[in-house]
Design a protein around this ligand. Structure first.
Ligand code: C2E
Ligand code: CA
Ligand code: CA
Length: 512
């Protein structure tokens, strides 16, 4: 049943719309999992940053204690001030170091600061105590480590913002962190203290057993929302780009493939198909023996289009028939411009000989130039109705036309075609020429060539690009050469002028 023509664009609109929506829908579907994943990752990474920062703080404090204690004189003299202000004690974790001497001297790393009001002290080992500053005027409490030596005292006020410092890149208010010194019950916290109350809040915990410190990090709705917004903010333009990219690719595909029938019809109407001619040279005799006709499409407003982009479609849609017809008409016009002792070989498809198409075409032209015009049938695509092809070929052969088997050795039925269709010439595919090797290393090619010699078939090597390949082919006894080594396919005006370079020119080219 034929499709209603108006259904087709509507169907394409639907696909376009679907392709546009697809990434956006996928994005919406994946958003909860991605958000969850990102929030989890943030929590784990933040806990790792916090633990490592805690460890750094502990090491810096230990180092400071070890360096200061043996040297302090508790008189706030020059040496004490130098020690307090030594750069190695100034860091992000220790805010102030101070001394209180039994003689009443008071000094600190930030000058003659007053000793801060402290809450109750908790004794640690070796004369150390731990306490916090009082939260005066709503300020944040700070952890203080003290060391008493007789009535002399040295103290370290630790920066209570160390947890936030560790998590600078994260949304710190989306988290709740708490560090608890268990024996004293002293805590340091940051972030939103309501997070642990949420039903689905997540918690990570770190235990410093040696120093009896427990750290916890909590995340809940705030972090999820934070990530949802971030993903929407960055993901939406990205998904939009992907959607537009998909639509663009689909439209491009439609233009190139789906629109092909219309484009080819138009091209036929406008007669945009042109024959290019590539010489076939007898390398031993150094003369042109013929030309292969290769179709080119000069689409209106575009560059030349190579057959690889449309021949398959033209063959499957049978448009190849009117195309070859147009091409042949031009070839027949061009024929007198090419040397009289050369042949011109036209590519045909199975469809030309499985039915009367080629016979009718040549009949229409009153069986033109049978001694110069010949045809190439490819082995790559199968002939489905061999019997019909056989009877058509015999009619054509009776009128004097010769046929070559193209791309010999690339399919499964080359030998069968040669025998059953009674072909007398074949073309050795570029695939073999590309891998030319000295005798014995390429059994298939050597087998093909010796078959050609034994059966007296004419062989043309295709896609020959170098003089070395010409030489190796000559050693095999293959003299007819087609390829860029001599010339590329060219329009008639150029082909008519084209001559083989003289031996002297050729040797000059060889040297460069
Ligand atoms: P083919 O019949 O095997 O033609 C040889 C192809 O190899 C041509 O490609 C030619 O330009 C290219 N060629 C020749 N020498 C060299 C070389 O030294 N190096 C390289 N790399 N390539 C070389 P083209 O013109 O693109 O044609 C491709 C195929 O399209 C042809 O392969 C043929 O199967 C088909 N074709 C071309 N014109 C027609 C036509 O009028 N009718 C039909 N049915 N098919 C055609
Ligand atoms: Ca060919
Ligand atoms: Ca070929």
């Amino acid at each position: 049943m034929h499709k209603n023509r108006s259904d087709i664009p509507q169907h394409r609109h639907l696909i376009t719309f679907g392709l546009f929506l697809l990434p956006l829908l996928l994005g919406i579907l994946l958003l909860p999992s991605l958000t969850h994943f990102a929030a989890n990752h943030t929590l784990t990474a933040s806990m790792a940053a916090l633990t490592s920062s805690y460890e750094t703080r502990r090491q810096l404090l230990d180092a400071s204690i070890k360096q200061l204690l043996p040297r302090i004189q508790y008189n706030c003299g020059g040496e004490d001030m130098r020690l307090l202000r030594a750069p190695e004690h100034q860091n992000l974790y220790i805010r102030v170091i101070g001394i209180m001497g039994k003689d009443g001297s008071r000094c600190s790393s930030v000058g003659q600061s007053r000793f801060p009001p402290l809450l109750s002290q908790h004794a640690l080992a070796d004369g150390f105590h731990i306490t916090t500053t009082a939260a005066l005027f709503g300020s944040r409490q700070e952890l203080v480590v003290l060391h008493n030596q007789g009535s002399n005292m040295v103290y370290w006020i630790l920066n209570s913002g160390w947890m936030e410092m560790a998590l600078q890149d994260t949304c710190t208010n989306c988290l709740y962190g708490i560090s608890l010194h268990q024996p004293s019950g002293m805590i340091n916290q940051f972030g939103d203290p309501h997070i642990p109350e949420e039903v689905q809040a997540q918690r990570l915990r770190f235990n410093d057993l040696q120093n009896h410190v427990v750290q916890e990090l909590w995340a809940g709705r705030k972090l999820t929302n934070y990530w949802r917004l971030r993903l929407l903010y960055w993901g939406s333009p990205l998904l939009l780009l992907v959607s537009l990219g998909l639509v663009w690719m689909y439209q491009r595909w439609l233009r190139q493939h789906h629109a092909m029938p219309q484009r080819l019809y138009r091209a036929l109407q406008r007669q945009e198909f042109v024959p290019f001619y590539q010489p076939v040279v007898d390398a031993r005799k150094q003369q042109i023996v013929g030309y292969e006709v290769l179709i080119r499409w000069h689409e209106h407003g575009r560059n030349w289009i190579s057959p690889a982009d449309f021949i398959d479609f033209a063959e499957s849609s049978q448009l190849i028939l009117p195309m070859t017809e147009q091409l042949l008409a031009q070839v027949l016009r061009d024929l007198p411009r090419l040397p009289a002792d050369t042949w011109i070989s036209v590519n045909i498809s199975a469809i030309h000989v499985e039915g009367p198409a080629l016979v009718q075409l040549l009949e229409k032209h009153h069986w033109p130039a049978p001694h110069r015009l010949c045809f190439e049938l490819t082995e790559r695509k199968p002939i489905h109705h061999l019997d019909r092809a056989l009877s058509q070929l015999s009619i054509l052969r009776q009128h004097g036309y010769a046929f070559k088997l193209d791309d010999f050795g690339t399919g499964y039925s080359g030998f069968a075609y040669l025998q059953r269709l009674g072909l007398q010439q074949f073309k050795i595919d570029k695939m073999f020429v590309d891998h030319l090797a000295p005798q014995g290393e390429q059994p298939l090619l050597h087998g093909i060539v010796s078959f050609g010699h034994q059966t007296g078939m004419q062989m043309i090597a295709e896609g020959v690009e170098t003089q070395e390949q010409v030489r190796l082919l000559a050693e095999l006894g293959v003299d007819l050469i087609q390829g860029y080594v001599f010339a590329r396919p060219m329009p008639i005006a150029q082909a008519a002028e084209w001559r083989l370079p003289s031996a002297a020119d050729a040797s000059r080219c060889d040297k460069t």
